[in-house]
Design a protein around this ligand. Structure first.
Ligand code: ZN
Ligand code: ZN
Length: 344
């Protein structure tokens, strides 16, 4: 089968691999239908995210079951399934106390990071990672169930209300999904973004968008909210916590969602206390795959401008270019895409 293997930092190679064989009793062999390219995949190639060398990358995928192990009882050949790529042990105290995103084994086994994932024609996954996709969700949208599951975990934590003013820092795929929810729920929403292409997508979605390189975001949000500032600030870049704290109203919530382990921030503890700011950490999805499938099935989000391009697997390298990364030099340039999906 054709597959993209990450050999090392900056080294993504399209190669021929044997089709994986069902070995464990709970194995499900999938024919991959489509796989999305995630910001995490870009970070893996840049050496900014852990990975196991010689792994097939790709964790945003869906596929059709073509073979099952002896103990698989919940799925049959022919089922179309979305995948939760984060394998949780089910036995550690975090798993057993309802906090599976903090599973002690979660970093050791993620599909497309530490074991073979979806940039391939076939992929072997444990049965418990599979979720049946209804017909209303096509293969392209099916790749984004896991992505949405992380955002739904954020929504569960935020408890967004109909009178909330919401500010979203960063309009990548995660900011996009939060903005769609906020448009459905909140009183008013604004987003920030520096990339011209993504600014145009925000405008296409009918959103108020500001560029932090050109606009004073604190002044803008103050004016936008009639002097109050945002009840909820979702920080979807990983590098703007200080900005988020300046834009939130007293008693408001800040959700640091974007991840960049190279960033440090200065906070003034006295101000967190004085202004009763709620800083809410969370990680990945957690019991949110089924809710995400329902949201997509009922067409609750405008997903049209989300998908910039669908390309064949063999053209996968070109996607990184569109996502702003020059693989040869590992340097950045402006992005020309929101989400790119490879059809396998
Ligand atoms: Zn992802
Ligand atoms: Zn666990």
């Amino acid at each position: 089968m054709k597959a993209f293997v990450v050999r090392g930092v900056g080294e993504l190679e399209l190669t021929e691999l044997p089709i994986p064989k069902v070995q464990e009793p709970d194995d499900v062999l999938l024919q991959v239908k489509a796989v999305g390219i995630c910001g995490t995949d870009v970070k893996i190639l840049e050496g900014k995210h852990h990975f196991k060398p010689n792994t097939v990358v790709g964790h945003e995928f869906c596929g059709q079951v073509i073979e099952v192990g002896t103990h698989v009882t919940h799925f049959k050949v022919g089922d179309r399934v979305a995948i939760d790529n984060n394998i949780r042990c089910g036995f550690c105290s975090f798993c057993r106390m309802g906090l599976s995103s903090q599973c002690v084994e979660i970093k050791t086994s993620a599909l497309g990071v530490m074991r073979d994932g979806g940039y391939a024609e076939y992929c072997l996954v444990p049965e418990k990672q599979c979720f049946v996709l209804p017909d209303e969700i096509d293969d392209i949208l099916g790749t984004q169930v896991e992505t949405l599951a992380t955002v739904v975990n954020g929504m569960n934590t935020l408890l967004m209300l109909p009178y909330d003013y919401v500010l979203i820092l960063g309009f990548g795929p995660i900011g996009y999904l939060f903005a769609q929810f906020a448009k459905n729920i909140a009183a008013k929403v604004a987003v920030t973004e520096i990339d011209p292409f993504r600014i145009s997508v925000a405008k296409e979605c009918g959103l108020t968008v500001w560029n932090p390189n050109e606009d004073d975001i604190e002044a803008r949000i103050t004016e936008f909210t009639h002097g109050r500032k945002a009840d909820i600030v979702i920080e979807a870049t990983g590098n703007a916590l200080e900005q988020a704290l300046k834009c939130v109203t007293p008693g408001g919530k800040v959700l640091p969602f974007g991840m960049d382990s190279s960033i440090q921030a200065t906070v003034v503890p006295n101000e967190i206390t004085r202004w009763a700011t709620k800083i809410l950490g969370l990680y990945l999805g957690q019991n949110t795959m089924v809710p995400s499938i329902r949201i997509f099935q009922e067409k609750r989000l405008n997903m049209k401008p989300f998908f910039t391009k669908v390309i064949p697997l063999t053209e996968g390298l070109s996607a990184f270019e569109c996502l702003g990364l020059d693989i040869k030099t590992l340097t950045h340039h402006p992005k020309s895409a929101m989400k790119i999906v490879m059809k396998v």
